[in-house]
Design a protein around this ligand. Sequence first.
Ligand code: GLN
Length: 494
Amino acid sequence: MDKVFSSNIKTVHQLLVNGRITSTELINTSLLKAKKFKKFNAFITLTENEAKKKSEESLMRYVAKQPLSQLDGIPIAIKDNFCTSNIRTTCASQMLKNFTPTYDATVYERLINSGAILIGKSNLDQFAMGSGTVDSIFGPAKNHWGHEASDDFYISGGSSGGSAISVATGTCFAAIGSDTGGSTRNPASYCGLIGLKPTYGLVSRFGLIPLVNSMDVPGILTRNVDDCTLILNSIAGFDIKDSTSLKQTFTKIRLPPASKLNIKNLKIGIPCEYHCENLDKEILETWNEIAKLLEQGGAIIKEVSMPHTEYSIVCYSILNQCEVASNMTRYDGVEYGFRAKENSSTEKLFATSRSLGFNEVVRNRILTGNYFLLARNYENYFNQALKVRRLILEDFDRVWEDVQVVLTPTTLTTAPLYKEFVQNTNRDQCALQDYCTQPANMAGVPAITLPIKLSLQGMPISLQIMGRNLSEPMLLALAKYLENAVQFQHNINP
Ligand code: GLN
């Protein structure tokens, strides 16, 4: 089974079709792996019984020789901020610890309709706020790379760290994360995975518990580009339940074999503003090496400028906090989630439920967001940040006149050690860790991260490719070209 779990989904599907393995064996092994790797804390809830039941149904479909989706019987994980009916959805928070939705997120519904099998809901930073998966009431999700690091461990990244670990340890083949400022790409980068943030609106947000509505997008984590494409093909496309969902029809992406991919004359930009002060030396070197490799392959490498990049993180943070302040008002201890034992007044019930139900990070963002939104501050903060967001968007628009994609680091460093990471505040960490990822969310453009090699310390180093809206076919093709060139070795048996 080890060999099966290191293959891609298409190969596993063939094995299922030929009857060499069965869906039940596949799911049982996946569940065993989830238990074996419990120490990494990837899952909040394992959906064991349901998964076993579904695997028997899938087996029947294969036995009946029906035409099936390649995802039929494939084990997947979903971040615990996507609603799943009859399966609790906690957002890793006290507030929603016992919340069981009555409906399904569209992304989940589409995957299940393709026959994919959910084995569990994965760990995250509370309400997806963070870059570490260190702020979960269920404890941190740990990176499986370098996990023997004495009394400490490397963080998995966040906020979709549990999703990343579930795929990186080969427990499942794909996982869904969410990406508001980098939460899919950041853990993908730290754990050595492919992480795709699709174009805003291409994949429905319905049923994704909102963080920043104007930036949230479901993200995909896999070990290879073909699997990522397959998942995107299953979840993308218009959804009437999401008013920000793009109306045009989505054409399924078909990638040629790696040997047929040609990058001759592809114009690739290297934005000089991403050479920032805290960029690790090894990451910088890797970035240069890959630019050279692409040039040798026939691409045209051009230095480009995106002058507003340095203001992006500050504006992201202001807009994030404003939308958080507004989104979180729904949690009042009455309608949803946790209710404090407090009955002296309605106001006290609200206040106590919210102060006990949210962690410090969430409370801070609500407080700051409300401050920015005060009538006297609104113009200076919220509106100003929106204006700068427009300039960031224009930086992207201008760059597409010169090049087709841009190549940047994904994160400024490899995964930090837990103790180092939590010494700083979450806010400082986000300012550092999201530097290269959040501009794509501010502009709404697609971005993909892929692992290149291991650092001298044995931790994955990854790079990011961004393109114009709906350029997923090109991003995936280029990522596949690079994946083939660098041959990154996964570590599914830590
Ligand atoms: N680290 C960022 C934040 O805390 C990104 C979060 C995300 O993408 N969900 O806001």
